[in-house]
Ligand binder design. Structure first.
Ligand code: PGA
Length: 253
């Protein structure tokens, strides 16, 4: 089975106004056939921009996604959005279990599991985020933390077209710090082994993204690591030039 086609995904978090459309336009303009031949591209803006971006991206090689979903289809859940609504707005994927939501909103693995099922129900790919804190890495428990998150967050029935894993060490997010290449290679290899032992051939084709201070200056090295099938990018995805430079660092496979 060939290695998965890399995915370069931008997570805009709580950033972006309608005036940011120019950056998105520049991303589309820069997504050359050569580049999209090497990597799939996805931008997850705030929901206020989802429809605008989706309409604008129609027919272009850039897909749009969301940053969270509720588990129910509809109902009395003030302020929440269902996966069906996100799909209706033009999303093809949704990030679930980002560490900021796990930390700020106490999202548990069980909630991430339920949100993933909701995403699949609506036909969205789920990008499930996992990763350890600095204290957990220092204590030598990073691998067991990620193992536990994967075991409880990823539902049965995962297929390589609707499951993406993002390994994001929390201490690397927005800090400028990244793990060593050896540490990334070890963790991604371990995640691959877990996916293959649970899902067989589908686990072999599942994309495992690295996230946390990925930027143009380190993208070439990180994206060349075995079992790193692209990246989930926060800060550096807000500027078209940086996002495209990271995508351009994806090695030809
Ligand atoms: P960062 O964020 O690239 O700004 O470190 C990554 C993420 O939180 O997905």
């Amino acid at each position: 089975m060939p290695t998965p086609k890399p995915l370069i995904a931008g997570n805009w978090k709580m950033n972006g106004l309608r005036a940011s459309k120019g950056e998105f336009e520049a991303m589309i303009a820069g997504a050359t056939p050569e580049l999209v031949g090497r990597a799939d591209l996805l931008v997850c803006p705030p929901v206020t921009l989802l429809t605008i971006f989706a309409d604008f991206a129609a027919g272009s090689p850039i897909a749009v996604g969301a940053q969270d979903t509720h588990t129910e289809t509809f109902g009395a859940y003030t302020g929440f959005l269902s996966a069906e609504m996100l799909a209706d707005a033009g999303a093809s994927a949704v990030i679930v279990g980002h560490s900021e939501r796990r930390a700020i909103l106490d999202e548990t693995d069980a909630m991430v599991h339920a949100k993933t099922l909701a995403a699949w129900r609506a036909g969205l790919a789920a990008i499930i985020c996992v990763g350890e804190t600095r204290a957990e890495r220092d204590a030598g428990t990073a691998v067991s933390v990620v193992e536990r998150q994967l075991a409880h967050s990823v539902p049965d029935g995962a297929t390589d077209d609707r499951l993406v894993i993002a390994y994001e060490p929390i201490w690397a997010i927005g800090t400028g710090h990244t793990p060593t290449s050896a540490d990334i290679e070890y963790m991604h290899g371990h995640i691959r082994d877990l996916l293959v032992s649970r899902f067989g051939v589908e686990g072999r084709g599942t994309r495992i993204l690295y996230g946390g201070s990925l930027k143009p200056s380190n993208a070439k090295d990180i994206l060349a690591i075995p079992n790193v099938d692209g990246g989930l990018i926060g800060g550096a995805s807000l500027k078209a030039a940086d996002f495209l430079a990271i995508a351009d660092a994806v090695p030809a496979r």
